[in-house]
Design a protein. Structure first.
Length: 263
């Protein structure tokens, strides 16, 4: 009996002149082209590994995967040692990789991400019923639901309209993920909770947030400052859920300074 999905290699593109490897993981519904706005800024400093997560963009042939399985698929193709940067859902994948293979992750950077996206008692986040509603809407109006989610990521910024248009172009530039893959990603966002497990990380950890982010509230930064005192956090003013699009220069400045800082 054949398996329901014949697994294929991930789409993986490596660019850059630097000696430090940096793996970049995109967010829900998107693909590696989302980094095009900062690729030229970072490539002189790092060897960038631009990845389409399993089932997204050009990484076809995958069904819905667990968080651990998704992290393993990326780790299987990653350099022996690298820094990992993940945006939103990609931040969870990068964090899981750091937990599972700490000897291969030199440092971790999460962008507009949270170890627990779901709101709970005394924990800010997205209400679980909102994520569940997105799952149900996907089955009825796929494209409109994805577009609505993209619009939420730029809400409130001065360049919201332009930023949303760019995100939409990124989505449409590559094959759209199957509904099953998108639903699986929402399941991860709704159910994952890495708050306790990440407390024990010994590698450098930088957390970047947007002040206006409606999906990962800025209060998360302060709570994790207390919970993970050895990590660093930066809240970018006037940015929302995609600070590398709205504020690329400031975003890259923080990345370069953190990775190249003497330790």
């Amino acid at each position: 009996m054949k398996p329901p999905y014949m697994m294929k290699p991930l789409f993986w593109r490596t660019v850059g002149a630097g000696s430090i490897d940096l793996v970049l993981l995109h967010g829900w519904g998107l693909n590696a082209e989302v980094w095009s706005c900062i690729e030229t800024r970072l490539s002189p400093h790092f060897r960038l590994h631009l990845v389409d997560l399993p089932g997204y963009g050009r990484s076809l042939g995958f069904g819905a995967l667990s968080l651990a399985r998704m992290a393993q698929e990326v780790m299987d193709m990653a350099p022996p040692r690298a820094w990992w940067l993940g945006w939103s859902l990609g931040g969870l994948v990068a964090s899981q990789a750091a937990l599972d293979c700490p000897e291969r992750v030199d440092g971790l950077i999460t962008v507009a991400s949270s170890p627990c996206f779901s709101a709970a008692q005394e924990w800010p986040g997205i209400k679980p019923e909102v994520l569940l509603g997105f799952e149900q809407q996907l089955r009825h109006d796929f494209q409109r639901t994805v577009e609505r989610f993209l619009a939420l990521q730029t809400l409130g910024t001065e360049t919201a309209r332009e930023d949303t248009r760019l995100l939409k172009q990124v989505v449409l530039s590559q094959p759209l993920p199957p509904v099953e893959v998108l639903t699986g990603g929402l399941d991860i966002l709704r159910g994952a909770d890495l708050r306790d497990r990440l407390t024990g990380l010994s590698m450098p950890l930088l957390r970047l947030y947007g002040y206006l982010d409606g999906l990962v509230p800025r209060k998360v930064a302060g709570l994790l400052d207390q919970r993970w005192p050895d990590s660093q956090s930066v809240i970018i003013p006037k940015a929302a859920h995609a600070p590398f699009i709205s504020h690329p220069d400031l975003f890259c400045q923080n990345i370069i300074q953190f990775i190249t800082a003497p330790r």
